[in-house]
Design a protein around this ligand. Sequence first.
Ligand SMILES: Nc1ncnc2c1ncn2[C@@H]1O[C@H](COP(=O)(O)OP(=O)(O)OP(=O)(O)O)[C@@H](O)[C@H]1O
Length: 345
Amino acid sequence: MSTTPPHLNAASTATSAPSAAVTAVDAAVEISGLRRVYGTGSDAFEAVRGLDLTVARGTVHALLGVNGAGKTSTLEVVEGLAPATAGTVRVLGLDPVADRAEVRRRTGVLLQHSGFVGDLTVRETLKMWGATVTGARPVDELIAMLRLEKVADTRMRGLSGGEHRRVDLACTLSGHPELVMLDEPTTGLDPESRRAVWDLVRDLRDGGATVLLTTHYLEEAEVLADQVSIMRAGQVVREGTVAGVVAGHPSEISFVTTDDGLVPALVAAGLPADAVGHDDDRTVLRVADLQPVLTDLLLLARQRDARLDLLDARTATLESVFLSLAADADAPAVQVATTAPGAVR
Ligand SMILES: Nc1ncnc2c1ncn2[C@@H]1O[C@H](COP(=O)(O)OP(=O)(O)OP(=O)(O)O)[C@@H](O)[C@H]1O
């Protein structure tokens, strides 16, 4: 019987093992079979196609996906701004449409775009907003939280895009929300302001709040999110911790060689043939465990006196998982990655 060394197994993607059960009591948001259709008849477009998602209380959960994947369409239903075409959505155990008043009182929402009166100063804007919120934070507290001191008395129309975004965020957090929904919170912010928002999100979570956010910055999801859900074409196609999602994805070794016998020799040593691919004249190996395969490759190359030009070896990252899922239109729906870091199934 062939005994393929474990490290030469081709990498497999994460399988659909059930995630740790989050019970209704633990869930801040529970979405089941959500569908959202825009338009009717021949113009109808299904932007969300049977989406299931659970956001555990007290966590930061990032919803990721390329433009048009359906993130905002999903958030709008959770926020109670649009009805579901089908499926069920519970927010803090409530119906976001029927129980809109209570849901609104207990949640904070940051939309992608907002409108404020340009003539009002930042301080006046926050004061006016606070008057619409139960138990609003003092304006000076919000100004300090969002580092708005320097522009507190500047009119809204005089703010930069990043400053405007921070005022948006201040309004979102005004009412001490239990659940905070942030649609691309750091778009347009400079690196320093982005990091300040990350600290704020962590503080919110540490204070017991739940944060559901969308972002196009994958490093933002990597540093902030306890869980990520990657959407494509209206469905979640991969979810779990960042480590779990990445662990289910192959590492990659690539090189150019003129030695036609090198790869067959590697396969003869146990590397599965289906781990080998080509990208023009580059040979690409996709493997579960990078180091031992790379070691074998280098040893074989030395034995055979073969050159490995443009040698590149990289472990999977959230970005490489994201890009491969975005490109792979045939990937099966909903794979849940719950593996501990380092484990590849
Ligand atoms: N009002 C609308 N009428 C028709 N189609 C819409 C409408 N709003 C959104 N869509 C379509 O639904 C799909 C999902 O859009 P959505 O804004 O939810 O995606 P997204 O993942 O949030 O994208 P982005 O990252 O660009 O914000 C897109 O194809 C979009 O064109």
